[in-house]
Every structure is written in C-alpha cells, then in structure tokens.
Design a protein around this ligand. Sequence first.
Ligand SMILES: Nc1ncnc2c1ncn2[C@@H]1O[C@H](COP(=O)(O)OP(=O)(O)OP(=O)(O)O)[C@@H](O)[C@H]1O
Length: 279
Amino acid sequence: MTASSTVTPAVRLRNASMAFGDRVLWDGLDLEVAPGEFLAVLGPNGSGKSTFLKVLLGLAELSGGSVEVGGMPVTSGSRRIGTIPQQKAFPEDTPLRARDLVALGVDGHRWGVRMFGRKKLGERVDELLEKVGATHYADQPLGILSGGEQQRLRAAQALADEPDLLLCDEPLLSLDLHHQRAVSSLIHRQACDHGAAVIFVTHEINPILQNVDRVLYLAGGRFHIGTVDEVMTSEVLSDLYGSPIEVFRTNGRIVVVGVPESVAHPHGSDHADALRVGE
Ligand SMILES: Nc1ncnc2c1ncn2[C@@H]1O[C@H](COP(=O)(O)OP(=O)(O)OP(=O)(O)O)[C@@H](O)[C@H]1O
C-alpha cells in the first residue's frame, strides 16, 4: 500500500536531513507512509534508525526539511502513537506487575473505563495479555521477568490504545521464534485491521518478510526506499555500502553476504546479528 493524494499520510517527510556535527545520517529524504502501510527500517549500527523514530516522536529535531505525523507538525506525547522502545530491562524492584504495565497503555476514555469502571479495563488488559501469550505471568512483578517476557508486555502496551501509528524499535529482540511470529503478526494485524501505519526498525528482515510493504534502508549517510524486491538486491546494497555485497534468497529467506565488519559493528557492538539479515 502507498500513500494516495486523497488520504492524509500517517507520516510525511519532505527534503528531510539529519546530521550531528559533520556526521550526516540522511539528506534529501522524501517519504510518505500511508495509513495501513508497514515500513521496515533497516541499516547497520549507528546508521540513524532510532534517530528516525525519535524524529517522528518529536524527541529529535531534523537538521533540515519538515516532518508531519497525521498531517500535523510533530508534537511529543501523542496518544495516537504507540511505541515499542528498544529493549532495556526493567529494574528488579520495579513496583508494577506485568498487567499494570499493559494497563498503563489503555486510554480510559476510549475504552469506557469511566462509564463501566475497572471491569472493562481489566477485560481489555486480559485480552491483550492473551494475545502476546503473557496470561500466565500477568500477576508477576515486572522486574523478575525475562527480557523476552518483558518485551511481549511492551508490545501489548503499545497496542492497547489501537494507535494510528506504531513505532517499533527492534521489537523482536530476545523473543523466541514462536513469540517473534506472535508479536509480528499482532503488529501486522494492527496495520491490516485498524489501518495503523507501522514503522518497524530491525536488523532482521526475515521474520517480517511477509508483512513488509516497503523498506527504508539507511547506510553511510545515504538511503534507499522501495519494496523488499527493489531494495534488497546486490546492486542497491553494494551501492549503499560502497563495497561488493551479495544478496540472495533461499527457502523464502533473504541472505546478505559481504557487509564490511567495520560497518556492521562500528561501535564494537556485541550485537552479533547486526547485519545478518539473512539468518
Ligand atoms: N543526540 C545526539 N548527539 C550526537 N550524536 C548522536 C545523538 N543521537 C544519536 N547520535 C549518533 O547518531 C548515530 C545514529 O544513532 P542511532 O541510535 O539512530 O543509530 P541506529 O541505526 O539506531 O543504531 P543501532 O543499530 O546501533 O541501534 C550514532 O552514531 C549516534 O552516536
């Protein structure tokens, strides 16, 4: 799906540039993301993927150009944006249970808490917990849960208020295969059934290959936008990285070979999956 002229894009960037000092993350970026569209944002460590989400949240200002969300200038704290932030463990003594975190994402007015009391809120939270497979640890303290268990709760919280725009920063990290599928299909349904635009930052495109409409690939201060077939090619990635890259498909998966180690791990990251989009 792409933005048509009659529908207000969920996100619109015009001639957008972003730089920190002389470090350019992107320049001349024109992009419209339509309601219901699923955009994957790919690129090596430090290429600007999280910064891109921050710009949409109003937490970072473009160096040039403009950005609109839902046809309006970006303001921070919109209820219509759901976020699944990059994973960071909750401290062990966090005074919340799993279900409390999900409940924080539910807008009381929207779900009629005022009219029907806490019962309705509880039902909505139970429904969300079930969708991410978290029912059995709903009453556990947040801080003792594993990284993957916490991550599933973040996904439930982000979807609680049926956002129009869902910003996901590596939401599948530390999830096992089963829960990767559950969470990515939940996010995809938010796009298909509720018309939410999804912007999904990831190093690993294969788990979401079936869901992606377009890819924004950031690398070395440049970018390429298009469908998976248009962007994930040896030619495009070799051009972006400025060195020979091989992209091939096997068993319905994309394998990328030849990304320079210095680009894949510019900060000495121990994130070994950094660019292994094919595994
Ligand atoms: N406020 C800031 N001031 C200066 N530099 C910054 C600031 N925020 C981000 N950067 C730099 O911009 C670059 C892009 O950072 P960003 O976190 O967006 O990358 P990323 O693609 O999300 O990386 P990763 O895959 O490692 O999460 C990094 O080199 C980072 O150090």
